[in-house]
Design a protein. Structure first.
Length: 320
């Protein structure tokens, strides 16, 4: 089975998945992996594929459908929310969620107002391998894993206050002194057991006042910096390289590092593909950024989707 990559805007990490059990979480992120980059199209997902992706054990088709519907019912009650300088937005992620009775198919449509959470993501995103996530055993380790993946190229998270961590991990109202033993340490051990992060540990930050109460938590780990040569800012879809052979990986890395050197050099040596591209810019900075992202993806040997090819051709014509 090919590796499924879950990828979404970081704001989705703020959805409090309260009362979600392990299987609910596996269902949700498996579906997210299938609907990413599909806009608000109605997406058909094979229930057999979904079972395989989530390591679902029961053989009862009826129970599987009931479990899926239960998960979505919980999701609808979660009231996803984010805040900008101008507004506070509450939303449901899926506008359509149909489990067919006549054949093993799930039909899902992402809420049109929220497609940006799962589409055309180049900055401020979280990504991870679905199989690695499914293998984690605890709901708190799964939640912590997602937070860590948001900062995987930094080597540590920002400081989370006690209240922030409660909200983000959907932690019950434990006393703060019990957090390490009951929540954080077991989650860290689960993540380390599956080798998801190297040298993971939690720093407890104490307030500088009487009694030294806990002020927050910072998680440290070995960062994903690709040996210091290339980062996720430079290769938007690096996860796709993981499935390549050793020779193919070496070729991609060589191309990627040449690209980085070219960015820093005043005398850029462009290949024939780049020479064929116009030196004019797209109509807006955002569209020019998108053009460059698609161009680099092509140079790295990563296949563009049909919609990406159409978009790239449109941007190329716009640049003259």
């Amino acid at each position: 089975m090919s590796k499924e990559i879950v990828k979404y805007n970081n704001k989705m990490n703020s959805i409090p998945l309260r009362n979600f059990e392990k299987m609910d979480l596996n269902f949700f992120y498996a579906i997210c992996s299938k609907v990413k980059e599909k806009g608000s199209d109605l997406v058909e997902i094979s229930l057999d594929d979904l079972k395989e992706l989530t390591d679902y054990k029961s053989t009862s088709a009826e129970r599987f459908r009931e479990d899926l519907m239960r998960m979505n019912k919980k999701l609808m009650s979660c009231n996803g929310m984010y805040e900008t300088e101008e507004e506070i937005v509450q939303f449901n992620l899926f506008s359509t969620f149909r489990v067919l009775k006549t054949k093993p198919i799930l039909k899902v449509r992402v809420n049109q107002d929220m497609t940006w959470l799962l589409n055309n993501i180049a900055k401020e995103f979280t990504s991870f391998e679905l199989q690695e996530y499914v293998a984690l055993e605890g709901i708190y380790s799964k939640a912590l894993y997602r937070l860590l993946k948001q900062w995987k190229t930094n080597g540590k998270t920002p400081k989370y206050s006690v209240d922030e961590l409660k909200e983000l991990l959907s932690i019950p109202n434990y006393e703060t002194r019990r957090f390490m033993d009951k929540i954080i340490n077991p989650a860290i051990e689960d993540i380390k057991k599956h080798k998801a992060f190297e040298n993971l540990w939690c720093e407890v930050v104490y307030a500088k006042k009487r009694g030294k109460p806990v002020d927050g938590y910072i998680f440290h780990f070995d960062k994903d910096d690709l040996k210091g040569q290339i980062s996720f800012k430079d290769v938007e879809e690096f996860e796709q390289i993981a499935a390549k052979t050793k020779t193919e990986k070496a070729a991609v890395m060589a191309t990627a590092n040449n690209l980085l050197k070219a960015k820093k050099s005043t005398k850029k040596q462009k290949n024939s593909f780049v020479e064929g591209c116009s030196r004019r810019k797209a109509s807006t900075d955002k569209r020019e950024e998108r053009y460059n992202a698609l161009l680099e993806k092509s140079l790295l040997g990563m296949e563009l989707t049909g919609s990406e090819r159409t978009e790239f051709e449109e941007l190329s014509r716009e640049r003259g």
